[in-house]
Design a binder for this molecule. Structure first.
Ligand SMILES: Nc1ncnc2c1ncn2[C@@H]1O[C@H](COP(=O)(O)OP(=O)(O)O)[C@@H](O)[C@H]1O
Ligand SMILES: [Mg+2]
Length: 230
């Protein structure tokens, strides 16, 4: 089983949007997935609870109990654990990163968000975790040209020597409406969003596999799925 922590100390960055989409993406690829919501706002729990068809399991707990939740997931032979974290709570976020194999840092392309990213970067680097930064809520390029905001953000991230996911998640209302019913944008008719979020899943899946220590055991995952177990 692999564990992903989705973090951003800044609220509204898109942690829950990304965490639930990754969990739904894993589920759609046949992985037995558990999302642990350690944010007292319980948005991820509400989102997945609104799903009318089978989906990833979700439990809630405090950051202090995330290790217990991980043990529970291991004993249930889950393939993947995703932790959705609260904003601002450095200790809780630290707990999630400690148990994670890989951290996903979500950031919007604004100066205020980028400034907030520095602290998250410091934590993952101190803990020696593999991670990637996902740029979220970026404007859709016009005639294939990135908005100056995005170009500046990418420069800033380069300056911070932060590894950035090659898939930028755009600001699209479909991410909001799909999650109202616990659906991934992959399950909606908007092909641009579906392609984008599927590409993000593929990238993160590959990164987790790349960063992982050789698997000790190997529960054969479903056809197109991966994320080997430990
Ligand atoms: N890529 C996106 N496109 C459009 N809206 C988004 C996107 N990502 C997040 N949002 C919206 O922004 C708000 C905050 O997102 P959320 O995932 O709840 O952030 P966080 O969990 O970091 O607080 C929500 O209303 C969500 O629907
Ligand atoms: Mg949230």
């Amino acid at each position: 089983m692999k564990t992903l922590a989705v973090i951003a100390l800044k609220g509204g960055s898109g942690k829950t949007t990304v965490a639930t989409h990754l969990a739904l993406g894993a589920h759609l690829r046949g992985l037995d997935t558990l999302l642990v919501d350690i944010d007292p706002q319980l948005s991820a729990r509400d989102i997945l609870g609104a799903r009318e068809v089978p989906g990833p399991a979700c439990v809630t707990c405090s950051g202090r109990n995330v290790l217990a939740a991980q043990f529970g997931a291991l004993s249930q032979r889950k393939d993947l654990l995703i932790v959705d974290t609260p904003a601002g709570a450095v200790e809780e976020v630290g707990e999630a990163i400690v148990v994670a194999d890989f951290a996903v840092l979500v950031v919007r392309p604004t100066l205020i968000d980028l400034s907030g990213l520095a602290r998250s970067l410091t934590i993952v680097r101190k803990l020696g975790k593999a991670y990637t930064v996902v740029l979220n809520q970026a404007p859709v390029p016009r005639e294939n040209i990135e908005a100056p905001l995005v170009k500046r953000a990418l420069k800033g991230l380069d300056y911070m020597q932060a590894p950035v996911a090659p898939v930028i998640v755009r600001s699209r209302s479909i991410y909001q409406t799909a999650l109202e019913r616990g659906r991934s944008a992959e399950e909606m008719p908007d092909r641009a969003a579906a392609r984008e979020i599927a590409a993000l899943w593929d990238f993160i899946n590959a990164e987790v596999r790349r960063s992982a220590a050789p698997a000790v055991d190997a529960v054969a995952p479903a056809a197109s799925a991966s994320l080997p177990s430990r």
